[in-house]
Design a binder for this molecule. Structure first.
Ligand code: NAP
Length: 252
């Protein structure tokens, strides 16, 4: 890939993060990735490292203080170089309103989607800023997965949507803070993407299947990964900082 030899992906064990990992590997980028499921990490490593060492997995909770350090050091150890791009995919959903959602899951939702992303952003932003050399012409990329429900109020998903509204604010402010250091901070706002997300969030699958019938075909994780590749491949003086991507027939 034009701009990056090594990249990191959080939440690379399934869905959008896994599709990003595959897309990057196909573009000859080496990838360190994280997730909590150790068996899945091992399986991905076996699948992708057959002919040469292309991915390095780290079993970690994305909220851990040392998560980004471990992810970047794993890349350095495996590939001799730390990542110049970081795609933050770890996250979860939660259906329902303030009165209708499962309040026992609020803390976990906020922990992963907001606190976790803030910690990851701070760690990678600090690293990218500190290692920036104005003469080198290098570009660094941070890509965050927001959501259309972080842009447009959603009657069905306002609690999850609140965490994505928070991310949209963080991403734009970090973009302003880092642009002079040639770090591009970009937001991807997907609509419905068919992944493990729906089951993990506890969606009513009858409702979701109806959505798929009436507004599908829904996006695949690969559709989103392709838009992320587009962002990463822009020449250093061009920044596609925000992409909203929805199924063509999605209404809201
Ligand atoms: N699917 C959609 O319709 C949709 C729409 C808009 C935005 N998004 C956003 O896209 C991102 C990816 O979602 P997805 O659809 O790809 O869902 P997914 O298939 O469920 O993938 C979620 C990924 O995040 C990881 N993860 C979750 N909690 C984690 C934690 N505490 N620490 C480390 N890793 C964690 C999971 O790995 P482990 O389980 O191995 O930890 C998994 O790799 C999320 O931020 C989501 O909010 C999804």
């Amino acid at each position: 890939m034009i701009n990056h030899r090594v990249a990191a992906v959080s939440g690379g064990t399934s869905g959008i993060g896994y599709a990003v990992l595959e897309t990057l590997v196909q573009a000859d980028v080496k990838v360190s990735f994280s997730g909590r499921r150790t068996e899945r990490i091992q399986q991905i490593a076996v699948e992708h490292n057959e002919s040469r060492h292309r991915v390095e997995g780290v079993a970690a909770d994305a909220v851990d203080e040392d998560h980004v350090d471990r992810l970047f050091e794993a890349a350095n150890h495996a590939f001799g170089e730390r990542p110049s791009a970081f795609v933050l995919c770890a996250g979860r959903g939660l259906p329902g309103s303030v009165t209708g959602s499962d309040a026992s899951l609020w803390e976990e939702l906020l922990r992963v989607n907001v606190l976790g992303v803030m910690r990851q952003l701070r760690a990678c932003a600090t690293f990218f800023k500190d290692t920036y050399r104005s003469a080198s012409g290098d570009i660094r990329d941070i890509v965050v997965i927001g959501s259309t429900v972080g842009r447009t109020l959603s009657a069905g998903n306002p609690v999850y949507g609140a965490t994505k509204f928070a991310l949209h604010s963080l991403v734009e402010s970090l973009r302003v803070e880092l642009c002079e250091h040639s770090v591009r901070v970009s937001l991807i706002e997907p609509g419905f993407v068919k992944t493990e997300f729906q089951a993990t969030a506890g969606y009513d699958m009858k409702w979701f299947n109806e959505i798929e019938q009436t507004q599908g075909p829904l996006l695949s994780a690969q559709d989103v990964a392709t838009s992320i590749r587009f962002v990463l491949e822009q020449p250093p003086h061009v920044h596609i900082d925000d992409i909203r991507i929805r199924p063509t027939r999605q209404r809201a």
